[in-house]
Design a protein around this ligand. Structure first.
Ligand code: URP
Ligand code: ZN
Ligand code: ZN
Length: 462
C-alpha cells in the first residue's frame, strides 16, 4: 500500500516546510517537495493543504487495565489505544507492575497478556518495581538486555502499596549505571503525606479537596531533591514522572544548572487544570483526585517556562481513568478515592490550543514534547518520533482549524466524565496512521483491535 500525503506543512522537532510525504507499507519512504510527479502510482492520496503533517504522538506515561485503589483503571489496551489514536497519539509506554511478592518477569507477562491481541496501536512497557532485592536487581538486567523494557518506576509515595526506601532506590539506580536502564521516580514524600492524611481525616476533613491539601508542594519538592541527590551519587540520570509543582521544578532546574542529568516530564492536567477544580460542588472534586494533585492557579506559568527552557523535557498524561462509581469509593474519606484521571485523548489538542496557538511554544517544540523527546528518552527513536525515511509510518495529519468540544458524551475513553467537560480546543487530527494503516479519519474509526504491536526499546549506552 502506497499513500501520498501532499501539500502539507511537514514539521519535525527541528524543521518546518511545505511538502509531501510518501508512506510505503509500514514505513515512511520519502519526504520532500513535488513528490506527486516523482513517485508514480499510489493507492491513496491525502491532500493536507492548510494542515500539518506530524510524527504520531507518543505518551510515555499511561496506566491501562491497572489494578489500583481497590479497583481497575477503566480503559484496557483496546479502548486506551483507540482513544489515544483519536487524539493523535499512536504509541504509548504503559507501566507494567511487579506483583506483590512476585518477579519482574511475572509483571511483564501479565502486561503482555493484557495488551496482546487488544491494542489498536503500538505500545511499550516500563516496569514498576515494588520489591528491590537481589533477584529483582538481576532481573533488571534481563529486562533491559532481552525484553526491551529499559525503564523502571520506583515510588517515594504510597507506603504499603508501591513505596520503596531510599536504599532500594539507590541500589536500583546503581544497577542502571551498569545496564543502561533508566529509573523513573514518583517523587512525593509518602510517609509524611500519610501522617497529614491521618490527621486531616481525624479532624473530619474528608472532602476531595483535602487530597490536595495533604500533599503540599514542599513534599513533592523534597522528594524530587532527594531522588536527584541519590542519582547524582549513583552517577546515573534520573527521570521524574508527573512533575506538578513549581517548587519541584525548581529542584530540577537547580540540578540541571549544576550539570546533573535530572530529567522531568509534566502532564497536561498540570498545565490546564488547577486546585480550583477540587472546589467544584458536591463530590465533583473527586474527578481530579490524582497524585501529585493539581496545584494552585499560577503554578502552570512556571511549568510552561520549564517547557520553553527544556527544564521540562516533555508532556505525558498519566492517563489512569476511573468512572464516577469508582471515585465514590472515597465518598466518606478522600484517601479512598482511586487516584487518576483520563488524559491521553486530549493531550495533543490541549497542547496545540494552549501552547502553539497562544505562542508559548512553536510547532517544532510541540513535536519535540509530544513525540520526539519521548521517543529519544525511552529508546524508541528513530523507529518512532520521526518522519525520516525508514521510520514507522505513525503519522498524524493535524488540522489547526479543527474545533473539538470536549465532553464525556463524545470522547472515546471509557471514563464516564471528562475533566475538560465543555472546553473547546482548536487544533486536532484529521487523519491518523499507525505503521502505514489509516486508523482514524476525523470521527471515523478505521483501526482494528489487536493491530498494535509491542515495541522493544533500546537502552542508554553506558
Ligand atoms: O494519580 C495517579 N498518578 N495515578 C496513577 C499512578 C501514578 O502514581 O502514576
Ligand atoms: Zn506516579
Ligand atoms: Zn502514573
Amino acid at each position: 500500500m502506497r499513500t501520498l500525503i501532499k501539500n502539507g506543512t511537514i514539521a519535525s522537532a527541528s524543521d518546518t516546510f511545505l511538502g509531501d510525504l510518501l508512506i510505503e507499507g509500514e514505513k515512511v519512504s520519502l519526504v520532500g517537495v513535488g513528490l506527486e510527479k516523482l513517485v508514480g502510482n499510489v493507492d491513496r492520496t491525502i491532500d493536507a493543504t492548510g494542515k500539518y503533517v506530524l510524527p504520531g504522538g507518543i505518551d510515555p506515561h499511561t496506566h491501562m487495565d491497572m489494578p489500583f485503589g481497590g479497583t481497575t483503571s477503566a480503559d484496557d489496551f483496546e479502548s486506551g489505544t483507540r482513544c489515544a489514536a483519536f487524539g493523535g497519539t499512536t504509541c504509548i509506554v504503559d507501566f507494567a507492575i511487579q506483583p506483590q511478592g512476585g518477579s519482574l518477569k511475572q509483571g511483564m507477562e501479565d502486561w503482555h497478556r493484557k495488551a496482546e491481541g487488544k491494542a489498536c496501536s503500538d505500545y511499550a512497557f516500563h516496569m514498576i518495581m515494588r520489591d528491590v532485592n537481589k533477584s529483582s536487581l538481576l532481573e533488571m538486567d534481563q529486562l533491559v538486555k532481552h525484553e526491551g523494557i529499559t525503564s523502571f518506576k520506583l515510588f517515594t509515595a504510597y507506603p504499603g502499596v508501591f513505596y520503596v526506601d531510599d536504599a532500594s532506590i539507590f541500589r536500583a539506580m546503581q544497577k542502571t549505571g551498569e545496564n543502561g536502564g533508566l529509573i523513573c521516580m514518583h517523587a512525593e514524600n509518602g510517609p509524611v503525606i500519610d501522617v497529614l492524611i491521618e490527621q486531616a481525616v481525624g479532624r473530619g476533613e474528608i472532602a476531595p479537596k483535602y487530597h490536595a491539601l495533604t500533599r503540599p508542594p514542599r513534599l513533592e519538592a523534597e522528594a524530587t531533591h532527594r531522588v536527584i541527590a541519590l542519582a547524582e551519587v549513583a552517577k546515573v540520570p534520573v527521570y521524574i514522572v508527573h512533575l506538578s509543582a513549581k517548587e519541584a521544578l525548581q529542584q530540577v532546574r537547580e540540578a540541571r544548572d549544576r550539570g546533573v542529568s535530572a530529567i522531568a516530564e509534566t502532564c497536561s492536567q498540570y498545565l490546564f487544570l488547577s486546585y480550583d477544580n477540587y472546589e467544584e460542588p458536591g463530590f465533583d472534586g473527586a474527578k481530579y483526585v490524582m497524585s501529585p494533585p493539581l496545584r494552585p492557579k499560577g503554578n502552570e506559568l512556571d511549568l510552561w517556562k520549564g517547557l520553553q527552557l527544556d527544564d521540562l523535557a516533555l508532556v505525558s498524561t498519566d492517563h489512569c481513568p476511573f468512572c464516577l462509581k469508582e471515585k465514590q469509593l472515597g465518598k466518606d474519606n478522600f484517601s479512598k478515592i482511586p487516584n487518576g484521571a483520563p488524559g491521553v485523548e486530549m493531550r495533543m489538542s490541549l497542547l496545540w490550543d494552549g501552547g502553539v496557538r497562544t505562542g508559548k511554544i512553536d510547532v517544532n517544540r510541540f513535536v519535540q514534547i509530544t513525540s520526539t523527546a519521548p521517543a529519544k528518552m525511552f529508546g524508541l527513536y528513530p523507529k518512532k518520533g520521526s518522519l525520516a525515511p525508514g521510520s514507522d509510518a505513525d503519522v498524524v495529519v493535524f488540522d489547526p482549524n479543527r474545533e473539538i468540544k470536549w465532553s464525556a458524551k463524545t470522547h472515546h475513553t471509557k471514563a464516564d466524565y471528562n475533566p475538560y467537560e465543555g472546553r473547546t480546543t482548536k487544533g486536532g487530527p484529521s487523519h491518523v496512521f499507525s505503521r502505514g494503516n489509516l486508523i482514524v479519519e476525523g470521527e471515523k474509526w478505521l483501526g482494528s483491535k489487536g493491530a498494535g504491536k509491542f515495541v522493544k526499546r533500546n537502552a542508554r549506552r553506558v
